[in-house]
Design a protein around this ligand. Structure first.
Ligand SMILES: Cc1cc2nc3c(=O)[nH]c(=O)nc-3n(C[C@H](O)[C@H](O)[C@H](O)COP(=O)(O)OP(=O)(O)OC[C@H]3O[C@@H](n4cnc5c(N)ncnc54)[C@H](O)[C@@H]3O)c2cc1C
Length: 597
């Protein structure tokens, strides 16, 4: 049965007559930039370097920076950086091209509904340890949001009738998996315990910039054994550790899917540090759904940032390019409107390709050689074809109650060989039904399904409008029929409306090259350390978000945000560092070592 698609071409777009959320988040008509750098204060130490002047290439005039730091984009990496910098006393401006903040972690509204644009399975909202980075990001701007604990991270529906639920309780999960692979009971525990070893070490440290030597030395001095334990894993991938303990090929395939579900590469290509975080934190801080929808996190961050004096967030502010001074240092940005904003540091939350590739934010003559290294090692992962579906509960033939065993998150695969396939909705199918946890985001008696599967941009290029619509319809029908067959009987006749987004939609509304989910290793790399950190080879220009260490995921981008804020604040003199020559020398040494990996 074919499911009608409504609002076909407008997924993620908003009804202009209806504000999507609180009016205070609507674009400020006038920015509130700080006109000049404030005088040194107790939060602005005396080792603050003199303000730079920034000669506009167009006018050659000098101008005082409008803010200390300008950030391009408002994804979770950007908002975390901005929150932490505001808290440290810097004047920060955030420029977002779209009309809602949050990028892939935003939400869009339809009458009565709040749909998560991308992420729905949320790590990092726990209350303990140091890895609860979303809770910490919110705290930098004095905010907290209630969240709803998810008793099951995800239920896998895999080939050979392999049906595995990952319970919040670790022992329950191990028992469940071991009952399916009794001959591997010991190996299963050893593998996942190694993940805990990584996680427990990370969870003892304040997570900051790995390219700030004073911080690194201080944590080495305080916790040498913990640091050595992290180093033990830093150049390994999850597949290496899994094969050390597990021999059963089907179980190894399960671990591949476990990794693929967030890293979009198999275990052999997934860094062990990330696997340790994900496979343990789901049992430690757990998966928690933000009450009111995932976009609430970005909305609260924006409101909190705006409360800091001299800090602002502007929506519908499309940055065209980064500006440079006569010495080649990044010193501001130019918007598509021609407006220029000066800053002492510029941070790009756009993808690496949208920042440095031809036509990107950095003009070709300023793109450093070092970017070739990134291109050589990392490739774009596919985008997604996603459907946001409103479903009438009364017309379904299954119970949608959590008490009856319906889970929020599901991953489906029909053939092991299709795990990485990104064509015709044959590959891995991701399903989130957030209304299982939070009924407030849909009208009474209705459910929200977010169903998506990897898809390449090239498949959607060059289609006529009719062909494009027909392709969306085919993809929707395939996804719905797979879901109906496996889990939700009666789904196709219970659909109120569905909106389908293609890679073109992701490109258009999320501002991401080819709609890509982000960088993945193009060849086998040793762990995670060759992923770019926040500094770039361009003076004054930094990157943040999932194109930087440690990669994709909301909590991961919050990590990159804290790391970026730390390094930027250190470079601008807001945090004490080692004496500059030593700091420079050690940072370069670390950079060289990373290149060897
Ligand atoms: C379908 C889908 C499902 C996902 N599910 C999960 C999940 O369940 N759990 C999880 O943890 N993660 C999930 N993720 C991944 C996670 O959402 C992302 O890794 C993370 O949100 C990326 O954050 P970011 O900081 O890199 O920025 P992005 O979210 O990419 O935001 C960047 C922002 O910059 C803006 N921008 C770009 N260029 C410009 C410019 N020139 N001027 C102004 N603004 C600009 C964009 O409009 C955008 O708002 C999912 C992603 C997708 C797409």
């Amino acid at each position: 049965m074919s499911v009608p698609i409504l609002f076909q071409s407008s997924v993620f777009s908003l009804n202009p007559t209806r504000p999507p959320f609180s009016p205070s988040l609507l674009p400020a008509t006038t920015p509130q930039p700080s006109p000049r750098l404030p005088a040194p204060s107790p939060t602005r130490p005396c080792f603050l370097p003199a303000p730079i002047s920034c000669a506009s290439p167009a006018t050659s005039e000098s101008a005082s920076p409008d803010v200390d730091v300008v950030i391009i984009g408002s994804g979770m990496g950007a908002l975390t950086t901005a929150g932490d910098l505001c808290q440290k006393g810097l004047k920060v401006g955030v420029l977002e091209r779209y009309l809602i903040p949050g990028g892939s972690s935003a939400q869009f509204s339809r009458p009565g509904y709040r749909f998560d644009v991308g992420a729905s399975m949320i790590f990092g909202l726990g209350t303990e340890g140091s890895t609860n980075l979303l809770t910490r990001a919110l705290a930098t701007v004095g905010r907290a949001i209630p969240s709803i604990p998810d008793p099951v991270q995800v239920r896998y529906h895999l080939p050979d009738n392999l049906d595995v639920s990952v319970a919040r309780d670790y022992e329950t999960f191990l028992d469940n998996l071991s009952s399916l692979f009794p001959h591997e009971r010991v190996g299963i525990r050893k593998f996942y315990d190694e993940c805990w070893s990584v996680f427990n070490s990370l969870n003892l440290m304040p997570l900051r910039s790995l390219e700030e030597p004073r911080y690194l030395l201080s944590i080495f001095a305080k916790r040498p054994l913990t640091c050595f334990n992290v180093l033990r894993f830093i150049a390994t991938n999850a597949g290496d550790i899994a094969r050390r303990y597990i021999k059963d090929e089907k179980l190894l395939k399960f671990i591949d899917v476990e990794c693929f579900s967030w890293s979009v590469v198999p275990a052999d290509m997934t860094p062990m540090i990330n696997a340790g975080m994900v496979f343990s934190d789901r049992h430690y801080g757990g998966i928690n759904y933000p009450a009111g929808g995932v976009g609430r996190i970005a909305e609260e961050m924006v409101e909190g940032i705006r409360e800091h004096e001299g800090c602002w967030v502007r929506l519908r502010a499309n940055v065209k390019n980064v500006l440079f001074d006569h010495s080649g240092r990044a010193c501001g940005v130019r918007l598509a409107t021609g407006e220029e904003i000066r800053a002492r540091a510029v941070i790009s939350n756009a993808t690496r390709w949208d920042t440095f590739d031809e036509g990107g934010l950095v003009p070709t003559e300023h793109v450093p050689e070092a970017e070739n290294r990134f291109r050589d090692r990392y490739i774009k992962s596919p985008s997604f074809c996603s459907a946001h579906i409103a479903v009438r509960e009364k017309d379904l033939k299954v119970s949608m109650r959590a008490e009856d065993g319906m889970d929020c998150h599901h991953i489906m695969l029909d053939n092991w060989d299709d795990m990485e396939v990104a064509e015709d909705a044959r590959g891995t199918l991701f399903v989130s039904i957030p209304t299982i946890l939070d009924k407030s985001i849909a009208p009474e008696g209705m459910h929200i399904f977010h169903v998506f599967t990897p898809s390449w941009m090239h498949e959607w290029k060059g289609l006529s409008s009719k062909e494009y619509k027909a392709k969306k319809q085919r993809m929707l029908d395939t996804m719905v029929s797979r879901l109906e067959r496996e889990l939700v009987e009666g789904l196709s006749s219970a659909i109120e409306f569905a909106e389908v987004g293609s890679p073109r939609t992701h490109r258009r509304y999320l501002g991401r090259v080819d709609g890509s989910y982000g960088p993945v290793a193009g060849k086998r790399l040793n762990g995670l350390l060759s992923m770019p950190f926040n500094r770039t080879e361009v003076d004054g220009l930094y990157c943040v978000g999932d194109s930087t260490f440690p990669g994709q995921g909301l909590n991961a981008t919050a990590f990159s945000g804290f790391a970026c804020a730390h390094r930027v604040a250190a470079d601008l003199g807001f945090i004490e560092t080692l004496p500059q020559p030593v700091d420079d020398w050690l940072t370069k040494l670390l950079g060289r070592w990373r290149l060897l990996l």
